[in-house]
Ligand binder design. Structure first.
Ligand SMILES: Nc1nc2c(c(=O)[nH]1)N[C@H]1C(S)=C(S)[C@@H](COP(=O)(O)O)O[C@H]1N2
Ligand SMILES: [Mo]
Length: 260
């Protein structure tokens, strides 16, 4: 298996127009970002690993928000807002595959006998069959997935609202983190406010079909308010915890987004 050693940040391209787009979307000069929005800039700093301490570093950061010139920037700066949704006509086909390995190495998780394991600060640690998950209330979203490697794509995902699932298992909603272990060597973790965000979904389908292996069978966590690498595929277990869990890329220096 050929493994990526880093997520490739897009090359410096069309910087002036990107900066112009980003500033228009924000409708404020970059300096003012230090005020009201400073808290959520942490979310964008993960795009770059930049320290957001001065104007050049903000510019460097905005440069990296490349190819998002359709208003996506605005909600990236405010995690309390809903991410944009799109009409079915805008779905990207084929939807790109990405992982720390190539498509030929996608793990094939068997449906037979699969159980989602639950751990940590929850009252009910019983594992979940796929059938039981499919019997919970489902919703669907057509949202944009954004990868720091410089691409974004619109897809349609269906599954269980994650907040509903957390309540179902009696999760301690005052805990700080949810950690996800995947069927490959991947893991990542998110903050509780993001876990409870109305668009955060325990995703079982892609475009109306059972999630195919390349997009994360048997399930992924879909968060349109988070970058691609925060969206774990092939989830095998999850844990509610107050101990910082890190993640596959996060442990290699990619920022862990604190959320709201
Ligand atoms: N288990 C697992 N989940 C993962 C990854 C991975 O390598 N393994 N890569 C992440 C990254 S960087 C991206 S962009 C998306 C890609 O999801 P897609 O193949 O559905 O486009 O999965 C994320 N979740
Ligand atoms: Mo990604």
């Amino acid at each position: 298996m050929i493994k990526k050693t880093r997520l490739m940040i897009p090359s410096q391209r069309d910087i002036d127009s990107i900066l112009k787009d980003a500033r228009q979307a924000l409708d404020m000069p970059s300096r003012r970002l230090f005020g009201k929005r400073a808290l959520t800039l942490g979310g964008l700093s993960l795009l770059t690993g930049c320290n957001i301490t001065d104007e050049p570093s903000i510019n460097r950061m905005l440069e990296r928000v490349s190819r998002l010139n359709d208003g996506v920037q605005a909600w990236l700066f405010d995690p309390n807002k809903l991410a944009p949704t799109y009409p079915a006509s805008m779905i990207t086909r084929p939807f790109p595959f990405n992982a720390y390995y190539g498509e030929e190495d996608v793990p094939e998780i068997a449906q037979e006998g699969y159980l989602l394991k639950i751990g940590g600060l929850v009252t009910n640690k019983s594992p979940w069959t796929l059938d039981a998950l499919h019997q919970l209330p489902q919703n669907a979203q057509i949202t944009r997935h954004i990868c720091v490697e410089g691409w974004s794509a619109i897809g349609r995902w269906g599954g269980v609202p994650f907040s509903l699932f957390l309540k179902q298992i009696g999760a301690d909603l005052s805990a700080k983190y949810i950690n996800f272990q995947c069927g490959d060597d991947y893991h990542t973790s998110i903050d509780m406010p993001t876990a409870l965000h109305p668009q955060t979904q325990l995703t079982l389908t892609y475009d109306g079909q059972i999630l195919p292996p390349k997009y994360g069978f048997p399930m992924k966590l879909r968060m349109p308010t988070k970058l691609g690498y925060k969206n774990p595929k092939h989830i095998m277990s999850l844990e509610v915890t107050n101990k910082y869990p890190g993640g596959y890329w996060e442990d290699q220096g990619y920022n862990w987004f604190g959320g709201a």
